[in-house]
Design a binder for this molecule. Structure first.
Ligand code: NDP
Ligand code: GDR
Length: 319
């Protein structure tokens, strides 16, 4: 039975990836960090089928101990401070969690299980300022947030360990991907949850920042399959995972409120508090390499995704 260790198993992607690997017959291990209340909502339904290890990205010893216990064939490094807006509030912590911790994980793997295949959760935020569209594996990086800067470091150190130590270290450059399990602070889920809450009479309005930002949004469940495919490939590499379609935040609002049967212009308010010190205006990825080499393609369109998220939030809120 192959074995896999997932850092960030309690997050959106970690929970979908754990489900996928269980379906494929893996022995699944995950890292969790200690908190005064244990909130593992996204993996509650899996807890009898996975093994959890207490560890923190800042604590190398705990990472090594978890890897020694799990003896993984594959390591998926998904843990990070993942919310771009907070990276300006906690820039140094973001550098540690999202950047330097990748080196801690690579070192821990090199020491305890050097044959394991390593996946790094890189991000389209590394592209930042628009230098070319669509963005591909060879588009230069110009990050626009402390988060993006930290991810560029994580990406380059992954490539460097691949080249320095001949490790199977792969970097997946994933564009935004969403789901009913998305954190409520990210814009798609904020919109779908508020549309459902307004419909249910639990909220009156939705305050948003930049409605003109454009993102390439896909479905998280489709994207974790790409992560797995990358580690089954015959060689470690970098891959862009995206839909190839871009939409504005405004369009996301229109689709979500339409699904809830509401007129968005009656409920949405602009609030400068949600504007960012520097913005990423336009992301649109070209997934051609992933299609050609991995046979991966997105299965869920933007509209389907937003509508399924609204339906899920309507059910959640009893509307
Ligand atoms: P989430 O925010 O949902 O999950 C983040 C995970 O990281 C959680 O399990 C969290 O644990 C864990 N974590 C954070 N800090 C630490 C720490 N110090 N020690 C141990 N664990 C920690 O993110 P997603 O699932 O959306 O994203 C997964 C990864 O992919 C992240 O690295 C993200 O930056 C990256 N990414 C995401 C994209 C997206 O659109 N979703 C696109 C491109 C990249 P806890 O539950 O304890 O907070
Ligand atoms: P992003 O996602 O920063 O792309 O990072 P987010 O959903 O937070 O923002 C997307 C765009 O929406 C605009 N926006 C708002 N965003 C939030 N959160 N709240 C608002 O009220 C709001 N109003 C407008 C933002 O300015 C931005 O342009 C996500 C994360 O998952 C990262 O971890 C990941 O690496 C990237 O996607 C790819």
């Amino acid at each position: 039975m192959p074995s896999a260790l997932i850092t960030g198993i309690t997050g959106q992607d970690g929970s979908y990836l754990a489900e996928l690997l269980l379906e494929k017959g893996y022995d699944v291990h995950g890292l969790v960090r200690r908190a005064s209340t244990e909130k593992f909502e996204r993996i509650d339904h899996l807890k009898d089928r996975i093994t959890l290890h207490q560890a923190d990205l800042l604590d190398e010893r705990s990472l090594r101990d978890a890897l020694r216990a799990a003896k993984p064939d594959e390591v998926y490094n998904l843990a990070a401070m993942s919310f771009v807006a907070v990276s300006w509030i906690q820039p140094t912590l973001t550098a540690e969690f999202t950047g330097v911790s990748v080196t801690r994980m690579l070192e821990a793997v090199r020491e305890t299980c050097p044959e394991a295949r390593f996946y790094q959760a890189s991000s389209s935020e590394m592209f930042g300022k628009v230098l070319e569209t669509p963005q591909t594996e060879t588009t230069p990086f110009y990050p626009r947030s402390p988060y993006g800067v930290a991810k560029v470091y994580g990406h380059h150190i992954t490539v460097n360990y691949r080249e320095s130590y001949d490790m199977f270290a792969t970097s997946g450059i994933l564009f935004n991907h969403e789901s009913p399990r998305r954190g409520l602070e990210f814009v798609t889920r904020k919109i779908t949850w508020h549309a459902a809450a307004i419909k249910a009479g639990k909220r009156d309005e939705l305050a948003l920042g930049n409605l003109d930002a454009k993102r390439d949004w896909g479905f998280a469940k489709d994207y974790v399959e790409a992560m797995w495919l990358m580690l089954q490939h015959d060689k470690p590499d970098d891959f862009v995972i995206a839909t190839g379609e871009t939409n504005t935040v405004r369009k996301c609002v229109e689709v979500a409120f339409d699904e809830a049967g509401l007129d968005w212009e009656k409920h949405v308010r602009l609030d400068p508090a949600f504007l960012r010190p520097a913005e990423v205006d336009l992301l649109v990825g070209d997934p051609a390499k992933a299609k050609q080499e991995l046979g991966w393609e997105p299965k869920t369109s933007f509209e389907e995704l937003i509508r399924l998220m609204v339906r899920s939030d309507l059910e959640l809120l009893g509307a």
